[in-house]
Design a protein around this ligand. Sequence first.
Ligand SMILES: [Zn+2]
Length: 275
Amino acid sequence: MIQDLDNSIYDNSYHDYKIRDIDRVIICNERTVLLKNINGKIEFPTIREFKSFSEYTYLFSINNIRYFTVSDAVISDASYTYENIEIFRTALPKEERFAGITGFQLCSWYNSHKYCSRCGNGLIHDIHERMLRCPECNMTNYPTISPAIIVAIVNGDKLLITKYAGRNYKKYALVAGFAEIGETLEETVKREVYEEVSLKVKDIKYYGCQPWSFTSSLLIGFFAKVDGNTNITIDGEELSEGRWIDRKDMNDIEDDGITLTREMMIAFKEGKFKF
Ligand SMILES: [Zn+2]
């Protein structure tokens, strides 16, 4: 999955580091990030490549390489351009694509949290942890992470696969949705399954999870057995398709090395998940 970096080490502990010439910079602008893309191999600029910038914020390190975001940046090397974050679904190396999408989540959060939402005063960064504080009313702000479930609904040797309506992502998916206020993840699973495909489920079992910075989410994957009626009625606003696929007909579904969804499909296809 996108967070699996083999032997590389991602260190997200916050430090009040001073920026250096060799440090890498991740800057976002809406749904794009500044980078150099050479046939799918990506690079982020280092501080050396900038003519000027105003403020900087430390993000995280991978293998002792430090990543920062900076504001009001003027870059001198025109080979760095703003690319849509979808590039991080395929780009290499793994460390840079994970840094890119994780840095995008943080950069977007910093960009949209410049002022206190309670009193309107400018926020300042805490020196000990990744947190923004209002010096006027002391309100604290931590990076937003929204929990969302993915559920593989199983009916004997069949798996329920879906396609989402109105999205760029056209491949087969699983039922998924954000947790709502006041519910457990198992309740989210039951509610989303009923809303999207009008089925009931039982024997909900945890499979695994992944950070999904494309939507500032933490995705939590479950398997569940269909309970009773197996007739699918899709919610046409959320889904364009929803159907049962037999395990033996899943030959053209392969692991993408990126998504929990695909890993769960493969786990079902290869009979690796047992209730
Ligand atoms: Zn305030």
